[in-house]
Structures are given as C-alpha cells and as structure tokens.
Design a binder for this molecule. Structure first.
Ligand code: GLY
Ligand code: MN
Ligand code: MN
Length: 461
C-alpha cells in the first residue's frame, strides 16, 4: 500500500518535470473489455501510468491535470445495473483518502474538458477515451472539439517513464511481496512436480499457491514447457505430460497491487540433472550469477548482455557445441542461435516496464541484440530481470540459411542430437542498490544441490 502523502509528492515531482504553462492532461485507467457473448469482461488491468500517478486501479476512472488547478480524479459512480451485476465498486471518499486526490464523480469529466477547449490536450494512460468515450460518460469525443497534441503526449509520457525507472521504497516493498508470493508457487512446483503431471496441472498448482500467498493476479500468462516445449520462449501450458529424462521450464510471476514479479526456474523431471542438461544448467547458472555480481550503478545493461553472451559462447565452445573464439562468435551473433533473447528488462508496474531504452537509443536489428529490451545505464532503485538461457529451438537450428551462415561455427551433428533437449532459463528480479544488487527473488532455490534436494522430496512423497 502506498501512502497518500507519497503519492502526492510523486505527482508534484511529475508536474514540476512537465513544466506546463497552460495545457490539460488526461490519464485514463482504461475500460473493462467485454467478452463477446457473455455479460462479463476480460480480466481488467489498469494502465500502469494511471496506477503510478493515481495510486489506484479503478476501471473506467480518469486522472486529469491542469497546471492552474492541479490534479483531480474522476471516478465512476455505479449505476443500479452495475451494482446488481458487478457490485458497488469503490467508494469515492475512500478513494480520495487512499490516493490523496480530490475525487469527483465521472460525469463531471465532460464539463472539465469543455472548459479547456482550445488548450493543448495531452493523453497518457489508455487512449480508449477517444474511441470509447461513452464509457467515461462522454457521448461523443468529436463533439468536444478537442485537439490531442501528440508530441506533447509523447514528451509527458517519456517523463513519466523516466520517473518510473527508479522505484521508491514503497514500490520496492510491493515488488518484494510479489517476489515472495512467486517463491511460494515455484517452491511448490519444485517440491511436487512428478513425471505424468501435465503442464496445465503444474500451472494450476503454481498459480493457486501464488494466490494462497496473497497475490491478486499473475503478472503475465504463466509459461510452462516440458521437454522440447521448454525451447519455446513464451510457451503456453498444454496437456503434455512431464516425462522422465526431461526438463521443465516454468516462467511465472505473481502480481502485487499492480507490481510484477517475473521468475524462471528450470528443473529435471527426475531427482537429478543428468548429462548435457547438467552441464548446460550449470553454465546458465554461472552466467546468471556473474551478471548479477556485475550489477551496480553506472553499468550499461547492454554491456551486461554482451558479457553474458560471451560467457554463454565460451561455455558452448567448452561443451563442443560452438567452435571458435567466443568474442568472435558473439561479434557474428552465433551465440544467439542458442540465446536469442535479451538478458532481461525493466520490471515494475509492467512486466516489460517503461523506460527500458534511454532516449535517443534505438533497438539494434542485429540477430544477437534485436530482442534486448533494456539499453541504459543502471541507477539505484531500478529493478531489472537477469534471465540468461540456452535453448534448442528447432525453427532456428534447422533453418538452412542459418546452417549455411554458421557452417563453421557450430558442431551441427551434435546439435542434431539435441534438437529435443528443450530449454533452460534462470530468471531473477534484481534491485540496483547504491553499491550493487539486491535479488528480490533470491530466496527461490536455483543451485543444483538445492534443486535436487527439492526434487528428491517430490519423488519421496
Ligand atoms: N515472463 C516474460 C519475460 O520474461 O519476459
Ligand atoms: Mn522476464
Ligand atoms: Mn519471465
């Protein structure tokens, strides 16, 4: 829970950074999206810019700002029909108390906007107000005769993204709570998964444990891949059952008051990591731990990614999968055949949080860099994921053009024997401190002895 005083000072700081003489700013939370053919809605997720600035996640609410009058929150007042079908919603007075904002009933928003006709208008948050205005009590957006200033919206949005990068202590507390709930789920999976259980069963058990630990939602669709499915980076769980000799990769995180955790663990179906799985797991773990040990203010995230890529390339050379000098292999992006994604991303009110790329930097189109989602120097208060992986992705490893391009860089006969080996990823949530790193998800076991002890527990039940 964030304090109303803290939220007020956050909004004051943002307003100062905007430095607006005259303008109107709207930050809609977004409207629930109906599910066709039912009287219900998709799971509602308030826009993170709204949550950040309002300190609330009220569906259909709209935060508004004007430099002369300051901030005001317009909140929906439920109709009789809403109250019958959905419930009473949030009490406006309670909302004012929790957010430190003046709160007015949503029908006042139209008049607020009419008074600002002719002024520059910026829209942050969910812009559904322009194409679903009725949801905000406005009959027609066009009839308001407002011109949205898109470049102003971009500038103000960038300033909010910049401010969101560094988490304040109240945000860190929520992210710790999210990571603790994730710990419960991952521990349960490590302790109970057995051959014969389906990906779906694992997902259900893990998510139930998140909720039992107090989480309100999962931060993103849980990824559970057994065997070769573990090589699909964002695999949605199916009825496929875990088999002996395979690995299972679980990338799942609990959400706490809108704040995400994002955690991946990979473990054997049996009680032990065997053969190449053991070597590759230890390599990914070493890469992850060296990257975490390097985290400190001033370090460029892109350099962490490139160092991890070189570490993976060197390990794959030692294991006889890649051939050549690791630095040269990374220059040619050969490591990306096995580690195609970035080392991680910013984390916060979104799983891939705002502000990951420093202004003026554009994503590279290089095979080894194009999925890097963070490119900035780290600063205290940033929370980033560190998530190296090694995968045997058929689509990449059987493409004739890639085989030709990397003919000399890969032992392709060896790779052909590993096409069903799946994937390994280890992912933690890392807070940058003044002197180094604090791993928010660090209590979730990942060393080989810890994981094997938990797997032995599962098999002894
Ligand atoms: N869980 C999604 C990701 O790691 O990016
Ligand atoms: Mn992630
Ligand atoms: Mn993840």
């Amino acid at each position: 829970m964030q304090s109303p005083a803290g939220l007020r000072s956050r909004r004051q700081a943002i307003a100062r950074s905007w430095d607006l003489a005259r303008a109107a700013v709207l930050i809609p939370a977004g409207l629930p999206v109906p599910i066709p053919g039912s009287d219900q809605f998709h799971d509602f997720h308030a826009h993170p810019e709204f949550t950040y600035l309002a300190g609330a996640r009220t569906p259909g609410a709209c935060l508004a700002f004007d430099p002369a009058e300051g901030w005001v929150l317009f909140a929906p007042v439920p109709s009789l029909e809403d109250r019958v079908w959905v419930g009473d919603g949030e009490d406006l007075e309670a909302l004012a108390g929790a957010t430190g904002l003046p709160v007015r009933p949503l029908p006042g928003l139209r008049a607020w906007l009419e008074h600002r006709r002719g002024e520059a208008l910026a829209i942050l948050g969910n812009d559904d107000i322009t194409y679903r205005p009725a949801g905000y009590g406005i009959e027609s957006w066009a009839a308001l005769e407002l011109d949205v200033d898109h470049s102003l919206s971009t500038r103000l949005g960038e300033q909010v993204a910049e401010s969101r990068r560094s988490k304040d202590p109240s945000e860190v507390a929520l992210m710790r709570a999210a990571a603790d709930a994730s710990r419960g789920g991952h521990l349960l999976a490590l302790r109970t998964a057995l051959p014969g259980m389906s990906e779906r069963q694992l997902q259900i058990e893990l998510e139930a444990e998140f909720f039992r630990h107090g989480a309100e939602r999962t931060a993103y669709g849980s990824i559970v891949g057994t065997g070769s499915n573990g090589a699909v980076l964002h695999f949605s769980p199916t009825a496929r059952q875990l088999r002996n000799g395979e690995l299972v990769l679980i990338d799942a995180g609990a959400e706490w008051e809108g704040y995400a955790s994002d955690v991946t663990r990979t473990f054997p179906a049996s009680t032990r990591f065997e053969g190449i799985h053991r070597d590759l797991y230890q390599l990914v773990l070493d890469v992850q731990q060296s990257a975490i040990a390097t985290v400190r203010p001033g370090v460029e995230y892109r350099d962490l990614h490139l160092a991890a890529s070189a570490h993976i390339a060197a390990g794959l050379v030692d294991l006889g999968i890649l051939r050549g000098d690791p630095a040269g292999l990374v220059e040619r992006d050969a490591h990306a055949l096995f580690f195609p994604h970035g080392l991680g991303h910013m984390l916060g009110l979104a799983t891939h949080d705002a502000g990951g790329c420093l202004k003026g930097r554009t994503p590279s189109d290089r095979f080894g860099l194009k999925w890097l989602r963070a490119d900035l120097p780290l600063q205290p208060g940033y929370v980033v994921t560190i998530e190296p992986g090694i995968y045997f992705i058929r689509a990449l490893l059987t493409a004739p053009a890639r085989r030709e391009q990397y003919r000399d860089a890969v032992d392709w006969d060896r790779v052909d024997t590993l096409l069903d080996a799946g994937g390994i990823r280890i992912e933690d949530d890392v807070l940058v401190t003044e002197t180094g790193a604090d791993v928010l998800s660090g209590a979730i076991p990942k060393s080989i002895p810890e994981i094997e002890a938990l797997r032995a527990e599962a098999h002894s039940r």
